[in-house]
Design a binder for this molecule. Structure first.
Ligand SMILES: NC(=O)c1ccc[n+]([C@@H]2O[C@H](COP(=O)([O-])OP(=O)(O)OC[C@H]3O[C@@H](n4cnc5c(N)ncnc54)[C@H](O)[C@@H]3O)[C@@H](O)[C@H]2O)c1
Length: 339
C-alpha cells in the first residue's frame, strides 16, 4: 500500500528478489504514483489499484504499508480487518496513541506487525550485533551515531526555475530529521545493546529556519545497562551547497575496544586488545535482507528476530517527544510564535 519513492526503490525490488514472496498487487490513491510505479518496473506483472476494496479482494496474503506516515494507521486497520500480516514503514504513526491503536488492532486480530527498520538488516549492522553479543569489544559503554545530510537539497530546479524541494518539505513537516531518520538509530541503539532507554535529553538547531521542526538535532540517551548513546541528525548539512556531502558514522565504544563504521569511506573496523580487524563496508540499509527475514518469519511463524510494533513505538515516541521538547524550549527562549 503506497507506491511512492520508498515502495519503488526499496520495497518492490526487495520483494521481487525474495524467494517465497510474489509482488501481486499495488494500491495507491494517486494515479500518478501508480503510473510512475509501472514506468519504473517495466515487465513486472503486478495488478495496480486505486480502489481499496478491489485491492483487498485481489487474493493477497500479506501487506507492506509504504504510504506516507499519516495514512499508516488506516491502512493497518484495514489489513487487520482482512486478517493480513503487516510490515509497516516508519514512523509507524503520527502519535503514540495511534501507534498503540495500531498494535492493539494487530494483536486483537492475532496478526504479526513488523516495523520496517531496514537498517537492522544491513551487513554492517548485523556484524556489529554479532560482535557486541560475542563480547569482542568488552561491554559497550558509549555509542555515537551520526547522520548529517541535505535530504536531496533545499531546492530543485525545473525549466531553469528554482523551487523548494517538495520531498524535503514533506519530511520536515512530518517532524524533521530525528523523527524521520533518527528512529533507525534509536532502534539500532536499543537492539545492539539489548537495553532499554531510561532517560534522554535533546538539543536542536534551526539551520533552516523555515520549519517548525529543527533541521539539526542531538539526542543523548541513557540505557538501563549504564550505556550512553548520542545520536546526531541533520537535514540541513550542505542543504544549499552546490556540492553537497554527507556524514554517516557509527562509533561503538566498549571496555575493550571500538567498532567504527564510516559509510562515506566504505570503512568498517574493529580495534580491541588483541587485534585490529578491517571488515567490508556496506550500505546502511538492506531492504532485501529485511524481506528475506520477513518471508522466513511468515513461513515459520517465528517473528522473534524482527523489529515489532513496540520497537516502532519506542523509537517514534523518543524521537517525537525529544523533537517537541526542543521546539517548545526554542519557542519560549526566543519568544517565538508558531511558524
Ligand atoms: N526506511 C527508510 O529508509 C525510508 C526512507 C524513506 C521513506 N520512508 C518512509 O516510507 C513512507 C513513504 O515515504 P516515501 O518517501 O515513499 O513517500 P512518497 O511521498 O514518495 O510516497 C507516499 C505514497 O503514499 C501514497 N498514499 C497517500 N495516501 C495513501 C493511502 N491512504 N494509502 C496508500 N498510499 C497512500 C501517495 O500517493 C504516495 O504515492 C514514509 O512513512 C517514510 O517515512 C522510509
Amino acid at each position: 500500500m503506497g507506491a511512492g519513492v520508498i515502495a519503488r526503490f526499496g520495497h518492490a525490488p526487495a520483494i521481487l528478489q525474495t524467494p517465497g514472496l510474489v509482488l501481486a498487487s499495488v494500491y495507491d490513491p494517486s494515479q500518478e504514483s501508480l503510473a510512475e510505479f509501472a514506468r519504473t518496473h517495466p515487465g513486472v506483472e503486478v495488478e495496480t489499484f486505486q480502489d481499496r476494496n478491489a485491492f483487498f479482494a485481489s487474493g493477497i496474503s500479506a501487506v507492506s504499508v509504504c504510504s506516507s506516515a499519516p495514512a499508516h494507521l488506516s491502512n493497518v486497520r484495514e489489513a487487520a480487518a482482512h486478517g493480513l500480516p503487516v510490515l509497516c514503514e516508519k514512523p509507524l504513526a503520527m502519535t503514540d496513541a495511534d501507534i498503540a491503536a495500531m498494535i492493539g488492532l494487530m494483536e486483537g486480530a492475532h496478526l504479526p506487525l513488523v516495523a520496517a527498520f531496514c537498517y537492522r538488516f544491513a551487513p554492517v549492522a548485523q556484524s556489529i550485533k554479532h560482535l557486541v553479543d560475542a563480547g569482542a569489544i568488552g561491554a559497550v559503554r558509549s555509542m555515537r551515531l551520526i547522520y548529517n545530510w541535505n535530504l536531496h537539497g533545499k531546492y530543485s530546479y525545473e525549466n531553469g526555475e528554482r523551487h523548494e524541494n517538495p520531498y524535503r518539505v514533506g519530511r520536515m513537516l512530518e517532524g524533521g530529521p530525528m523523527v524521520d531518520c533518527g528512529v533507525h538509530q534509536i532502534d539500532l541503539a536499543r537492539w545492539w545493546t539489548g537495553s532499554e532507554i531510561t532517560d534522554y535529553t535533546a538539543h536542536a538547531a534551526w539551520v533552516d529556519e523555515e520549519f517548525e521542526a529543527p533541521s539539526h538535532m542531538w539526542l543523548h540517551m541513557d540505557h538501563d545497562n549504564g550505556c550512553h548513546t548520542a545520536v546526531e541528525m541533520s537535514f540541513a548539512y550542505t542543504h544549499t551547497a552546490k556540492e553537497p556531502i554527507s556524514m554517516f558514522t557509527y562509533d561503538i565504544i566498549g571496555t575493550d575496544g571500538i567498532l567504527h563504521y564510516d559509510r562515506e569511506g566504505w570503512k568498517f573496523e574493529m580495534r580491541n586488545g588483541t587485534e585490529t580487524v578491517r571488515m567490508p563496508g556496506s550500505s546502511e540499509k538492506n531492504f532485501v535482507g529485511m524481506y528475506h527475514a520477513w518471508a522466513r518469519a511468515l513461513r515459520t511463524g517465528d517473528f522473534s528476530g524482527l523489529p515489532n510494533g513496540r520497537d516502532g513505538m519506542v523509537a517514534t515516541r523518543t524521537a517525537r517527544t525529544a523533537t517537541e521538547e526542543c521546539i517548545a524550549r526554542h519557542r519560549s527562549a526566543h519568544k517565538l510564535g508558531k511558524p
